[in-house]
Design a protein around this ligand. Structure first.
Ligand code: 26W
Length: 823
């Protein structure tokens, strides 16, 4: 009822109900008498999908007719989560669906739970892409997402005997949200060789010949905007064997096996998402994925551009392409190849178009995450592209040489080619040279890239090429959907649900911070969310946790730089301290539940050790009669978007404790605060801007600063580093076998004590413990705590992905929203 615009929805609950029944009986070919929750989900999803697709068609017509500039967001990851709840909310008909499903005998929450997450991403980068799609549609930007349709998304995590076990995530069994477009298929070439010839005018012509062809088939997912009829498209490419005569001949001549093998080889390209987060492994199949996706997407973008028969020079006025990290950087080379080799443009003319088209977003400064591809590999897979990369580099280095005639060293530092054995292509350098704007994802991060990894490029291109766009999150999913009661309470106090479209309206809450009834309800909602999480923990971990305890949560990918090891060392320290106390002293302590969740990359041995230690500590602490409710340690298995929607609203305190200067932004920090939780964190990434917005009294900051990290590392003596005495006691407990076989955790201790403590766990440990003590004290004053929470939520308006997308649109893409008639 609070939506301004009702998208072509159902007339009423009966209208919805009859659509559900129709889908159960015809599409699913079942009787209503054996319609279970899963069938009810399928039918409800199909009913909503029908509405979406009508809006999708209208949106496409409108955008085609207007023919204004479009944005293309190229991302190898889209961590979408569930779609039904989101579709109901954005269309504005969840109440209708709730009532209709109730009449059929279902609770809407149970039906929503049936859906399998679309988990086509690893973590922050993929979820950011999903939030951006939501904001682009909600703000009526003509925009497309382009990605890969992996058959297997990020693996499912099982915890067996305390260890992570990976299980494949086959998610396509029944997926009503995708539309196969068998008519939209592109042939993609690999391998082969380049033949050079001269035309009549004496110009050299390069032709890429031979090799293999694989077919890219489009699958579309509608992306509904919130409270608008704009429904954009996410186009995902799936690989298939290019059906050629050759295969057929093979088949007919009895070579069944090898013709099937060819088909499987082709389908392997889009088979599985690489599960590494922040680690580049340089695998050939990954490079194949990148080129396959980039080439298909560009073909599609160019086909759309050509419809309006404009001259090539207008391409950047019609098309903005954003590169989500360096993963799609080959698009720069591919567009240059198409314009010069296939369309016959002069090099400079083409390059001008290319650089005005692309923008590049950097998401990490970790050296091991910066992509490099070996020259021999690219030579083999993409021979023409390698030549073009060399030509781009030559032109670039010549201009640098003219600019800095007395500085020979700079050439080696900025070169796209790294002169190692074998030579490597530095994808970030290529992305910078081929884009008109480069952005970081939080202020500190954007400053850091300008002064460290990309310093020389600031000299070459000037500072204006580099900018910041601080990340954001969609309040639709991360407030209204995840925490409907809090969203309702906020609506009651701010004059309706308008804040979901303009998050700065949250500031009205500050007027009510002293309102007794409001505060009481606020506290009740948090408690209810904690009860819900406690039930989940009981059901999955078999551990009873007291919802009145302080819930202390760290959920994110497991990585040494994110320092889950410091968190579990802190929990061990708390356990040892409690054990050393008299029963009287113990009674004065603040009860806590230490909650962890997150996946380790399958090959990341240290991250797996961390998970194992957390589980072993839980097994000891949770069964210790001396401790009882004073401390529980919980590892929630298979952290994903849907679990996040349950966990985040239940947190009192969340941990964002990366070594300063390593976490580019973080986005869950924003989600936790928006849901009325406080943060313990380092001065890193977006924590700094969160502090600026909510005030330093409302956040628990600790630890060394980014500017001091380098020097501190130098003070650590490799081989024998004196660790903080409290941490040393924790190590002693682990080494004496308190938490199982000490050898299982030797690596984690050695990293600190012997291997230089690269992530400064020991340096930050004291202030980490002291700050946790401050948290306990603050939590004991429940009224003061609630004031901090309400005040913080009121000041979180800045972190909407709507603000973020508007900044990209104005400063990088130069695109305008396409107004929808009668809205
Ligand atoms: C080549 C392997 C690889 C895979 C993924 C390298 C790097 C990545 C991503 C860039 C890692 C990632 O997700 N980075 C996160 O991006 C978020 C969105 O900007 C930030 O909030 C996180 O701080 C950053 O770690």
């Amino acid at each position: 009822a609070w939506l301004k615009h009702q998208v072509g929805g159902f007339k009423d609950k009966d209208g919805f109900e009859s659509e559900v029944v129709r889908h159960v009986e015809t599409t699913l070919a079942r009787s209503m008498f054996n319609c279970d929750e899963s069938a009810a989900y399928s039918a409800a999803a199909l009913a909503f999908r029908d509405r979406l697709i009508l809006e999708w068609n209208r949106t496409q017509q409108r955008q085609t007719y207007a023919d204004s500039k479009r944005v293309y967001y190229l991302s190898l990851e889209f961590l979408m989560g569930r779609a039904l709840d989101n579709a109901m909310l954005n269309i504005g008909q969840k109440d209708v669906a709730r009532a209709g499903l109730a009449e059929l005998g279902f609770r809407i929450e149970d039906v929503i739970e049936q859906e399998h997450d679309a988990a086509l991403g690893n973590g922050g980068l993929g979820r950011l892409a999903a939030c951006f799609l939501d904001s682009l549609a909600s703000l009526n930007y003509p925009a497309w997402g382009y990605g890969l349709r992996y058959r297997y998304g990020i693996f499912k995590q099982e915890i067996i005997d305390g260890y992570q076990v990976e299980v494949p995530d086959y998610w396509l069994d029944f997926n009503p949200w995708e539309f196969p477009r068998h008519d939209i298929a592109v042939d993609i070439q690999f391998y082969g060789n380049v033949v050079k010839s001269t035309d009549e005018s004496g110009k050299t012509i390069a032709t890429w010949e031979g090799g293999e062809t694989v077919k890219a088939v489009a699958y579309d997912m509608p992306i509904p905007g919130y409270a608008t009829s704009t429904t954009n498209n996410l186009r995902l490419w799936s690989s298939k064997a290019a059906s050629g005569e050759f295969d057929f001949q093979k088949f007919n001549s009895g070579e069944y096996e090898s013709s099937v093998a060819d088909q499987q080889r082709a389908e392997t390209i889009s088979a599985v998402l690489y599960p590494n987060d922040n680690l580049d492994r340089g695998k050939e199949l990954r490079l194949k994925q990148q080129y396959f996706w980039v080439a298909a997407s560009l073909y599609d973008i160019i086909r759309r551009f050509k419809k309006s028969k404009r001259p090539w020079e207008e391409f950047p006025d019609q098309v903005a392409i954003q590169l989500n990290d360096t993963h799609p950087t080959l698009a720069i080379v591919e567009l240059q190849r198409i314009l010069t080799d296939l369309e016959g443009l002069e090099w400079d003319e083409a390059w001008n178009i290319v650089t005005n088209t692309f923008g590049y977003t950097n998401h990490t400064v970790l050296p091991e995450a910066l992509e490099k591809w070996s020259v021999p590999l690219i030579q083999h897979l993409l021979p023409r592209h390698l030549q073009i990369i060399y030509d781009i580099n030559l032109e670039f280095l010549q201009t640098v040489e003219r600019q800095f005639p007395n500085d020979r060293d700079i050439l080696g530092r900025v070169s796209i080619i790294e002169e190692t054995q074998p030579k490597m292509i530095r994808m970030a350098h290529l992305a910078i040279v081929g884009s008109h704007k480069v952005n970081g994802v939080a202020e500190l991060h954007s400053d850091l890239i300008k002064t460290t990894i990309f310093k020389d490029f600031v000299e070459v291109f000037g500072p204006d090429k580099f900018t910041n766009v601080t990340n954001g999150i969609t309040p639709r999913r991360w407030l209204h959907q995840a925490n409907p009661r809090l969203s309702g309470l906020i609506a009651a106090k701010t004059g309706g649900h308008e804040f979901l479209s303009d998050l700065t309206l949250l500031n009205k809450l500050e007027l009510h911070v002293d309102d007794k009834a409001f505060r009481k309800e606020w506290a009740e909602i948090k408690y209810a969310n904690k009860v819900r999480l406690a039930k989940h923990i009981k059901a999955t971990n078999g551990v009873t946790v007291n919802p009145s305890s302080l819930f202390d949560v760290q959920v994110k990918r497991i990585h040494e730089y994110k320092r889950q090891q410091m968190n579990i060392f802190g929990a061990i320290h708390r356990y040892l301290s409690l054990k050393a106390m008299t029963p009287e002293e113990r009674k004065k302590q603040q009860p806590r539940v230490s909650i962890f969740g997150g996946k380790a990359a399958p090959g990341y041995w240290m991250a797996k050790q961390i998970i194992h230690l957390i589980n072993n500590v839980g097994a000891v602490v949770n069964n210790d009669k001396d401790i009882g409710d004073l401390l529980k340690v919980i590892f929630i298995e298979d952290y994903n978007v849907s679990k996040a929607e349950m966990i985040i609203p239940a947190s009192d305190l969340s941990e964002h404790i990366s070594t300063a200067g390593t976490e580019a932004s973080g986005t869950s920090n924003m989600k936790f605060v928006l849901n009325g939780g406080l943060i313990i964190g380092t001065c890193d990434g977006a924590n700094i801007e969160i502090t600026r917005e909510i005030g330093e009294n409302n956040i628990f900051l600790f630890g060394n600063l980014a500017e001091d990290v380098e020097d501190l590392r130098h003070t650590h003596t490799y081989g024998k580093h004196t660790v903080d005495p409290d941490l040393a006691r924790v190590f002693e407990a682990i080494e004496s076998g308190t938490f199982g076989n000490q050898e299982d955790f030797a690596g984690m201790i050695t990293a600190v004590r012997e291997h230089g403590d690269y992530y400064l766990v020991s340096d930050d440990f004291r202030s980490y413990l002291e700050t946790h003590a401050l948290v306990d004290e603050a939590y004991r004053d429940q009224e003061g705590w609630i004031t901090k929470c309400i005040t913080s939520v009121a000041r979180m308006g800045f972190f909407s992905s709507d603000r973020c997308i508007n900044e990209y649109a104005e400063e990088i893409w130069n695109v305008e929203p396409l107004k929808v008639d009668d809205e």
